[in-house]
Design a protein around this ligand. Structure first.
Ligand code: ADP
Ligand code: MG
Length: 439
């Protein structure tokens, strides 16, 4: 089949890399492309928000399956436009994508579905929101309703902080129209986890759990980023836990969405807060996480294209997911200054030491341990034939090995071979699960 991938970051590189290994794929295209993606897919010079252009391309090239990486085209209705043109596409409709694009909508669906989540109230009026904050008298979380690039949520230890967050979102409009409405919810404690399931509208199959690392500095300090690292599977959260999440979260959500007339197809990514025996949903996302996807793709065994095609065609029942029992760990290398201002165009050195034939002590050991290392390109470009940085998150260094300790060690060994001015990465990916830092 011929496959088109929308998006061009590290997530999409890992999807293209895995799709390129599908025996059934003989044509692979990716919007924008990147120096990494272009090694396995043909770049297509059409913007991810030019839906009409993408539909024309997919129809003309007889693309059998289109896979959408980022949330913005999904929230914009790319799936509806493809389906109207009779094209097969993996992802939720615009109405179903509201599970991510509107936090108020998501909370409503959770309530309808009986999915455990933090107590909440929704406000369109700043004064009413302030009265609610004052009546609470305990820590709370203020969330801009709409898409805010992961910046719209403020965890507030005090009422004053919450009042400021309300003003920021609803009056100063720091997140634009996304903050016109806010959800204010109870603050939960526990351990955060990402859970992924592939859904065909009626049924679903579990892809499993991953742990991400959002803050820019070690020990979860500093501002939040798109994601600094991930690993999967997560120790202590095995098959039994997965079945519980399918039963308490994924299937009830699918039933509620179908009952609304908005069946959910695509990746359901539930952000969970686990406290002892209790699982609560913090939020839904409607696409793969980045960099969780890089780690998951490293473990994915089998034909990814056939799997996603079956899901897109409503045949989840025929799908059996096979994941390597080994652990994948991803360490994201970022440009200095990210998530604030950062430079682009900085030369990157050392990749050939990982991918190329140059021997090294680490590579010999990886071969002996059957450890695999793959570097996904998140934000790179080619200038005068040389690889340079072209984004805040630059490379997602991923290793697959026996156990978390080995996977993390290999990912850090590989990261240590790469160099560019200002390069930053967290040194503590996986440290909590390995017992190297307090919970
Ligand atoms: N009810 C809550 N209690 C405690 N922390 C929360 C709560 N809701 C969100 N958070 C924290 O804020 C982060 C971002 O919130 P989330 O709902 O995932 O929105 P987004 O990813 O769109 O920014 C979460 O990863 C979590 O750390
Ligand atoms: Mg989140």
């Amino acid at each position: 089949m011929k496959v088109l991938v929308i998006g061009k970051g590290g997530r999409e590189h890992s999807l293209c890399w895995r799709l390129n290994q599908s025996p059934t794929v003989w044509g692979l295209y990716c919007t924008g492309g990147s120096p990494g993606i272009n090694q396995v897919a043909k770049p297509v010079d059409i913007a991810p928000d030019d839906f009409a252009g993408l539909v024309r391309f997919a129809a003309a090239e007889k693309i059998d399956l289109t896979i959408v990486g980022p949330e913005a085209p999904l929230a914009g209705g790319i799936v509806d436009q493809f389906e109207r043109a009779g094209l097969t596409i993996f992802g939720p409709s615009q109405a179903a994508a509201q599970l991510e694009s509107s936090k108020a909508f998501a909370k409503l669906v959770m309530r309808e579905a009986g999915v455990p989540t933090a107590d909440f109230a929704t406000f369109d009026d700043a004064d009413a929101a302030r009265r609610y904050v004052k009546s609470l008298g305990r820590p709370c979380v203020v969330k801009a309703d709409g898409l805010a690039m992961g910046k719209g949520v403020t965890v507030c230890a005090s009422a004053d902080a919450a009042l400021a967050a309300v003003a920021d979102a609803m009056e100063t409009r720091r997140f634009g129209a996304a903050g016109a409405r806010v959800v204010i919810e109870e603050m939960l404690r526990g351990e955060e986890l990402s859970f992924f399931a592939l859904c065909d509208g009626a049924g679903a199959v579990a892809l499993g759990c991953a742990q991400d690392h959002k803050a820019v500095f070690d020990g979860d300090r500093g501002p939040n980023t798109g994601g600094m690292g991930a690993y999967t599977p997560v120790p202590r959260y095995g098959a039994e836990f997965e079945e519980r999440v399918m039963h308490e979260v994924v299937r009830p959500t699918l039933t509620a969405m179908a009952a609304r007339g908005n069946p959910f197809r695509g990746v359901m990514f539930a952000g969970l807060m686990v406290d002892g025996d209790r699982i609560k949903v913090l939020e839904y996302n409607v696409r793969f996480g980045d960099p969780e996807c890089e780690a998951l793709m490293m473990r994915f065994d089998g034909d990814l294209a056939e799997t996603l095609l079956a899901i897109a065609q409503g045949r989840a029942r025929e799908v059996a997911i096979r994941l390597s029992s080994r652990t994948a760990a991803t360490v994201v290398l970022t440009a200095g200054g990210y998530p604030g201002d950062y430079a682009r165009g900085t030369p990157i050195a050392g990749l050939e030491r990982i991918d190329g034939v140059e021997p090294s002590e680490a590579k010999v050991r990886w071969a002996m341990e059957k450890t695999r290392v793959k570097v996904f390109h998140a934000g790179t470009a080619t200038r005068d034939g040389a690889l340079v940085t072209d984004g805040g998150r630059v490379l997602a260094v991923t290793a697959l090995a026996e156990g978390l300790e080995r996977a993390v060690t290999a990912a850090y060994e590989a990261a240590g071979m790469i160099r560019f001015d200002g390069m930053h990465y967290r040194r503590d990916v996986g440290a909590r699960a390995l017992g190297h830092m307090p919970a």
